[in-house]
Design a protein around this ligand. Structure first.
Ligand SMILES: [Zn+2]
Length: 669
């Protein structure tokens, strides 16, 4: 494809300005398969790309595999291959999985590429020359056995705040607090099980504070959803921490120029991978990166991303680009996560569905329709409910859309498959009244509203057939009604084409339209033959979630998610009465608490609840104590157990109290 190919504006709408647009999806990480979460984003992006092309704009879609970082290095090592050997088949598999869902990019590259290496160096050195880079020593967990510094996810231990066991090095799942891995109590390396030591290393930092003015301007000018702008402003107005952009050897990534054995953190070269994919394509297509992405490029840059990587795209990425030769994004569009039947996707729950698994059970294009019905410009999570999916397909695509042609075709067949030379102009005009609005809704990524309007047209057309009752009319009149309905159907195919491209093409081929560019909304099918109607769509049953759970994973679920009663009874929970509570000098979060446990005597515990309770609020209160927790020696004294409290990332802490009448020392079971 040549880069100045123009696609004929199938919509036939007047567009004031033909735009040049580059679109990207976040780069899938090359350590596993494409799953439903990825699929949502790529479908959202692909619909937009197709839509904008059909409107006559020139659109280039770039993506790549994100192929660097410790997890890939470790996984390759586990499999006994080098990282290059590991990532290469994964990239091919990613492309193949996405293609099943109708998703294709102008170019799909890899961050582990020569183009990306050059561009990463170039962008970094420009930032360095502008004084944005400095070095500082930091202390990190180091695995002596493996001779490597440990990323947060490779250290587990007890939460320094609530003492929960087996917490990762970046934060506690139990109390929601964040900390650095070096603060974990009894830390262990997940790689070797050894106790990490602390080791000092010099790291390279990007001074984000220096980009503050640029970022403030960026938030005002770039097109982003309001809640995203608010969130980014909040971060920007807060303490803008410098960004640690280096990792020590061993690491799978690009070495940092002018440094010894330092590598770019994977999040440096991941977004630069967008540029690298563009350059890779430009080199093959007689174009150049400057004209695509240079500061003065005519192309608009649009990123589609998930909400979890907002910080990287909204702050780090524009800051990285500030001193480079390349322009900042014009638009960042953020979507929520996918849940399955109302639950978060997780391997242990057995609802973690890969793209390939889904494609085995259901025509992937139907998922495109379902996601389009649900996607809007908000950042909400989207539930893939299999009941809803079946219901949408059956009621909309089969019951409304396809039904128009299946009802009209028999009358046309009786007329030697020939459409009438005239049609009901006033009804056709009525169905075309909202085309501009539909186009705008797609463009603003409000797909769900666009689909709603499209289905209204389908609904009205079925009503039109009901009212006209062609089965009661003479041949000429019946053909007129059917020809009118068939022309509306052709337009529905065009409107739905970005969403369900191959289904609509199959439908159009029955009308003897063999390419989407061979027709338009204003074209009329009159006095021409169409083919025999063959059902392209049929009703579907809700997929059984069990189809996605293989036996092995279900066994895991049993061992991971459930404990038996014996396990539970190992925890000796007791009612305790707070008899004294006081602040602890030198501890920000702790209160020292003396507990009365009736016949079991008294115990002292330290609890990280100072932020939520005044000591005198607690005295006299009944609480729940883990009585048989191994005592822990702390700087301030011995903690002989813990008291239970509820909290999560949204709020807390709430100390748990037994109901009135419970007596100190009583066992809780
Ligand atoms: Zn905790």
């Amino acid at each position: 494809m040549s880069y100045n190919t123009r696609i004929i504006p199938t919509y036939g709408l007047k567009i004031s300005k033909l735009r040049k647009i580059i679109v990207t999806s976040a780069l899938p990480y090359a350590n596993g398969e494409i799953h439903m979460g990825h699929v949502l984003e790529h479908i959202q992006t692909d619909i937009w790309i197709r839509q904008m092309r059909m409107s006559g704009h020139e659109v280039l879609g770039f993506c790549a595999d994100d192929a660097h970082g410790a997890p890939i290095m470790m996984k390759a090592e586990e499999l006994g291959v080098n990282p290059e050997e590991f990532i290469s088949p994964i990239k091919e598999a990613h492309i193949a999985s996405l293609r099943k869902f109708g998703v294709t990019y102008t170019n799909y590259h890899s961050t582990h590429s020569e183009e990306n290496k050059q561009l990463s160096n170039e962008v970094y050195l420009a930032a360095k020359a502008a004084g944005y880079i400095y070095k500082e020593e930091i202390e990190q967990c180091f695995d002596q056995d493996k001779q490597m510094f440990l990323a947060d996810r490779y250290v587990t231990g007890e939460c320094p705040k609530c003492s929960a066991l087996n917490q990762y090095g970046d934060g506690c799942d139990s109390c929601g607090v964040t900390y650095s891995a070096t603060e974990l109590v009894n830390p262990k390396s997940t790689l070797t099980g050894s106790t990490p030591t602390l080791k000092i290393s010099e790291h390279v930092f990007f001074n984000l504070e220096k980009s503050k003015n640029l970022l403030k301007k960026f938030l005002k000018t770039a097109q982003m959803q309001k809640p995203i702008v608010s969130k980014l402003s909040e971060w920007l107005d807060g303490d803008l921490k410098s960004w640690d952009i280096s990792r020590d050897d061993p690491y799978f990534g690009f070495s940092i120029p002018e440094e010894n054995n330092k590598y770019f953190y994977v999040w440096v070269d991941a977004p630069i991978g967008y540029l690298a994919s563009a350059r890779n394509w430009a080199d093959k297509n007689d174009a150049n990166l400057q004209s695509l992405w240079g500061k003065d490029s005519e192309y608009e840059i649009h990123h589609f991303i998930g909400k979890d990587i907002t910080y990287f795209h909204g702050l780090f990425w524009p800051a990285l680009l500030e001193n480079s030769l390349y322009k900042l994004p014009d638009s960042i569009h953020v979507h929520g996560f996918v849940t399955v039947n109302g639950e978060k996707m997780s391997k242990s729950k057995g609802n973690f569905i890969t793209a390939d698994q889904f494609a085995e059970e259901c025509d992937p294009e139907l998922l495109r329709y379902f996601f389009a019905c649900k996607l809007n410009s908000k950042i909400e999570d989207l539930d893939l409910s299999f009941d809803d999916l079946a219901q949408k397909i059956n009621s909309d695509l089969v019951g409304k859309f396809s039904n128009i042609l299946s009802r009209s075709a028999p009358f046309i067949a009786k007329n030697n498959h020939k459409l009438a030379p005239i049609l009901d102009e006033s009804f056709l005009a009525e169905t075309r009244a909202k085309e501009g609005e539909i186009y705008d809704l797609f463009e603003s990524k409000n797909y769900s509203k666009a689909i709603k309007l499209i289905m209204e047209i389908a609904d009205n057309t079925n009503k039109y057939i009901n009212e006209k009752e062609p089965w009661k009319l003479d041949q000429d009149q019946a053909i007129l009604v059917s020809t009118t309905a068939t022309n509306v159907f052709k337009n529905l195919c065009i409107l739905l084409h970005p969403v369900i491209p191959s289904i609509t093409l199959k439908m159009l081929s029955m009308l003897n339209v063999n390419a989407i560019t061979n027709t338009s909304l204003s074209a009329k099918l009159l006095d021409t033959e169409i083919l025999e109607f063959k059902p392209v769509l049929s009703r579907i049953e809700p997929i059984d979630i069990k189809k996605f759970q293989n036996g092995e994973e279900k066994m895991d679920e049993k061992s991971e998610d459930f404990i038996n009663i014996e396990d539970f009874m190992k925890v000796d929970l007791r009612v305790a009465e707070v008899i004294e509570a006081s602040r602890v000098e030198g501890a920000d979060k702790l209160l020292s608490i003396k507990l009365n446990l009736g016949e079991l005597g008294e115990k002292n515990v330290f609890a990280g609840i100072k932020s939520a309770y005044e000591p005198n609020q607690l005295v006299g209160k009944l609480v729940v104590m883990v009585y048989n927790l191994a005592p822990r020696k702390m700087k301030f004294g011995n903690s002989e157990g813990m008291i239970l409290a509820a909290s999560d990332s949204e709020g807390g802490i709430f100390v748990i109290s037994p109901d009135q009448g419970a007596k100190p020392g009583q066992k809780i079971k």
